[in-house]
Design a protein. Structure first.
Length: 268
């Protein structure tokens, strides 16, 4: 019957030529009694953009948040399995979660401005981290804004309230705030969900530069966005990983019937 899909798990991870930045093994996530993710095994390639797509409630956001232990911010969340980041177990006893999140930054669905100015927002993580001089701080802020495509737009507005920026600029400011900490990985949870098409295009342009500098993992409901910005795509359904591979192959030659059904609009 059309629209009813039994997702088939990929038994082996797809491995990049180089050592992957993340290796997830038999990863499961619960929120209370609800199982969000079921025994997912997946490698995230180092560098470039990996897109996680699928219908609402498929488990893609649970997977993203498992990479830097953000699921733990929810009461009743439980994680089982293994996530290795650059060879180390993210969930091992004694892991410094704050240090992990500095290296694996995250930007959420809607912009989250902190009180204060543009400068206050971008430099927040630098001010609460290890001490540094003002010159180094200012240089890190400028570089972060430039990498997010904002320096030309905001260089003369650093003292203005961040809350007064347009929605798209606020979201890119959130990206800059994460980039100021010089992370290895940037996690994006539907970053264009509240943006208009022009703002979305501007954000995607920034991502096209960032993918050459660090690893980006993005959750998106928009198949077109996954096709535009990513080099690797993973498709989730009902808590299972259905398919993962080169983005072009996933979109033009999907191996799983469930993937093809989703891409052709038979469900979603």
């Amino acid at each position: 019957m059309r629209g009813v899909v039994t997702a088939t798990r990929s038994p082996e991870p797809v491995r990049a030529a180089a050592v992957p930045v993340f290796e997830a093994r038999a990863l499961s996530v619960w929120l209370g009694e609800r199982r969000l993710l079921r025994d997912v095994t997946l490698d995230v390639p180092r560098g470039g953009v990996t897109a996680l797509m699928g219908p609402p409630g498929c488990g893609k956001t649970a997977f993203l948040r498992a990479l830097n232990r953000m699921n733990e911010c929810h009461d009743g969340a439980l994680t089982r399995g293994e996530v290795r980041f650059e060879g180390g177990d993210v969930y091992a006893p004694g892991v410094d979660v704050r240090a992990l999140r500095r290296r694996v930054g995250m930007v959420f669905r809607a912009p989250r401005m902190l009180p204060g100015t543009v400068l206050d927002n971008v430099s927040y993580g630098l001010r609460v981290g290890p001490p540094m001089g003002r010159g180094e701080r200012d240089a890190r802020v400028e570089r972060a804004l430039a990498r997010a495509g904002l320096w030309g737009e905001l260089r003369d507005r650093l003292g203005e309230p961040a809350a007064g920026l347009a929605n798209g600029a606020q979201q890119r400011l959130c990206v800059a705030r994460a980039l100021a900490l010089d992370p290895t990985v940037l996690l994006l949870d539907e970053p264009a969900a509240t943006l208009d098409p022009v703002e979305t295009a501007t954000l995607e342009e920034a991502l096209s530069t960032l993918r050459d500098e660090l690893t980006v993992v993005i959750v998106t409901h928009a198949m077109e966005q996954a096709a535009r910005v990513s080099q690797t795509t993973a498709f989730f359904h009902r808590g299972d990983l259905v398919e993962v591979g080169d983005t072009r192959d996933v979109f033009t030659r999907p191996r799983r019937e469930a993937t093809e059904d989703y891409l052709t609009g038979r469900f979603g």
